[in-house]
Design a protein around this ligand. Structure first.
Ligand code: SAM
Length: 153
């Protein structure tokens, strides 16, 4: 199974980029990972930004992908539960599992409609930039759990 992480807009802070690079590198020891970045839309009308960014996210998705949205209102997992979810996808023939992080205003209806699941990292709202290393760390943690390694306590 291949993992894909999609997000909207460039990573602005160097310290966020360091976290992304660190955990993306670690994940690649276990599974192929591709990061897809789509252009952030400029403007002030939230619906228009969501619509344009949604079109770009959908265009960046290969056809045979299972799409999981990162959303503060989504389903919550423990890290072991998330590892079990990854393991089920890996072991039941999912070719590619894609995790999408929305732009500053989240996702539009077309993206939500296509999604297979929606997951929350917390009931709190993070910036779309901060969620990048948080998600990658949880993917890495999940893969170490599946491999019975000592990272998770
Ligand atoms: C600033 S948030 C957008 C908040 C907006 N109220 C919404 O309706 O989604 C930007 C993106 O970061 C991600 N995000 C922020 N907090 C999150 C959380 N607690 N769990 C999962 N994803 C989160 C989501 O992908 C979201 O689309």
């Amino acid at each position: 199974m291949k993992l894909r992480v999609l997000w909207v807009g460039k990573t602005q802070e160097e310290w966020v980029r360091c976290g992304i690079d660190e955990y993306a590198g670690r994940i690649k020891r276990y599974l192929p990972l591709e990061i897809s970045e789509v252009r952030e839309e400029k403007g002030t009308v939230a619906e228009q930004l969501r619509l344009k960014e949604g079109e770009r996210l959908l265009k960046a998705l290969p056809k045979a992908t299972r799409l999981v949205l990162l959303d503060e209102t989504g389903e919550q997992f423990t890290s072991t539960g998330f590892a079990a979810f990854l393991g089920r996808e890996r072991d039941t023939g999912t070719q590619e599992l894609a995790f999408a992080i929305g732009g500053s205003y989240g996702f539009d209806a077309a993206v939500r409609k296509l999604a297979y699941r929606s997951i929350s990292l917390s009931k709190m709202t993070f910036t779309h930039q901060m969620v990048r290393p948080f998600l990658l760390e949880q993917l890495y943690r999940g893969l170490t759990i599946l491999n019975n390694e000592s990272y998770h306590h």
